[in-house]
Design a protein around this ligand. Structure first.
Ligand SMILES: NC(=O)c1ccc[n+]([C@@H]2O[C@H](COP(=O)([O-])OP(=O)(O)OC[C@H]3O[C@@H](n4cnc5c(N)ncnc54)[C@H](OP(=O)(O)O)[C@@H]3O)[C@@H](O)[C@H]2O)c1
Length: 342
């Protein structure tokens, strides 16, 4: 069985998935695209059809599934359209701008009996896959503590928001778009749901963009503690190895990893380098090294449909990341810890 796929949206991530589906995945076929001024150009580049509306795309008999790459504010409405037309859904992160909208997406897909999977591309990076394997195979014992940080210069974030005005949303925006990566990786590597969040979220100023900096403390049901530090307004420079860096403390060992550079294991015998990530350009939609994680997750989506298996990253997983980000904002606004679930 070939899974025939339509893409919603036609920007950076749509280009990413068009390339992945055309060149790298198996048993999937890119059929059409809809949404945004760039749809006709993308369709021409990949020899597919451009539909005038998302409704027209999901009405096609030769589309089995859609990948939603439009702004997250459109996610719930477009998921409902797709699910009601019987199409499976792979939705970009953040799953939606709020937990309430995530719940709507889960309900729509459950009611229609279609698969809902959420892109959490950091889970599929080589460093993170190997870190997860080390943890689940018991190499560092039970996870006690983990901290994760992503630091960027304002020279990166200001143009990103200028090109994507929806990132200015104070209730979601660039804050949620970045921190769902961090919160999801934290929850996934710790291997437990969170039960409490305390956070301070703000912008230190000058750029007119809300919530560029976040410090959050997360308590997990397992008893583990997590720390998240995101800063997207460093002055003109950033720190080395700080794009997606984590440190994990287990009962019997340590991990030091950055999704873009390395994975190190520390035990009583000392430190050893487990794996080095070959360099890639995160801003180039065609860089084959960058595309590895997107290929793996698209293949997992295709296979879950073909084989009738549950998706590797479920709606519940996507919701949990949004919930942590929403709780961090709520905690910051009230000055109090927030108990989960929301
Ligand atoms: N997984 C990752 O690592 C990763 C990385 C980057 C972004 N993302 C996520 O991917 C999503 C898109 O980001 P991007 O960087 O690809 O943005 P982008 O380049 O601006 O692309 C967004 C596309 O959606 C189109 N669009 C806008 N409103 C729409 C609507 N209501 N219905 C259908 N299409 C609509 C835009 O139209 P125009 O062409 O007319 O502008 C554009 O083609 C965001 O949710 C973001 O958080 C994920």
């Amino acid at each position: 069985m070939t899974v025939r796929i339509g893409i919603i949206g036609s920007g950076f991530m749509a280009h990413t998935y068009a390339e992945v589906l055309t060149r790298y995945t198996q048993h999937g076929q890119l059929v059409a695209v809809a949404g945004g001024r760039r749809a006709p150009g993308l369709a021409e580049q990949y020899g597919i059809q451009a539909e005038p509306t998302v409704g027209a795309l999901v009405a096609r008999d030769d589309v089995d599934a859609v990948i939603i790459t439009s702004p997250e504010q459109a996610r719930l409405a477009q998921t409902r359209l797709a699910a009601e037309a019987g199409k499976h859904v792979l939705a970009e992160k953040p799953m939606a701008p709020s937990v309430a909208e995530c719940d709507g997406m889960i309900q729509a897909c459950e009611a229609a009996g279609v698969t809902l999977m959420i892109i959490q591309s950091q889970r599929y990076r080589g460093v993170h896959r190997r870190a997860k394997d080390l943890i689940t195979s018991g190499r560092i014992g039970a996870v006690r503590e983990m901290r994760i940080w992503s630091l960027f210069s304002a020279d990166w974030s200001v143009p990103v928001v200028r090109d994507r005005p929806w990132y200015n949303d104070p209730d979601a925006g660039l804050f949620m778009s970045q921190t769902v990566h961090n919160f999801d990786t934290l929850r996934w590597l710790v291997g437990s749901d969170a039960r409490r969040v305390y956070a301070h979220v703000r912008s230190y100023g000058g750029h007119g963009i809300p919530n560029l900096s976040c410090a959050a403390l997360v308590e997990f049901e397992s008893g583990a503690t997590g720390q998240v530090w995101v800063n997207m307004e460093l002055p003109g420079q950033t720190f080395p190895d700080s794009q997606f860096h984590s440190q994990v403390v287990g009962d019997t060992g340590l991990l030091d990893l950055d999704g873009y550079t390395h994975l190190d294991l520390g035990t009583a015998d000392g430190w050893q380098r487990v794996w080095e990530q070959p360099p890639f350009d995160p801003l180039n939609p065609l860089d084959p090294v960058r595309l590895e994680s997107f290929t793996l997750q698209n293949q997992a989506f295709i296979d879950s449909i073909r084989l009738g298996q549950p998706p590797q990253v479920s709606g519940r997983d996507g919701r949990a990341a949004v919930e942590l980000a929403e709780a961090a904002l709520l905690s910051s606004r009230t000055g109090k810890p927030v108990d989960l679930p929301l």
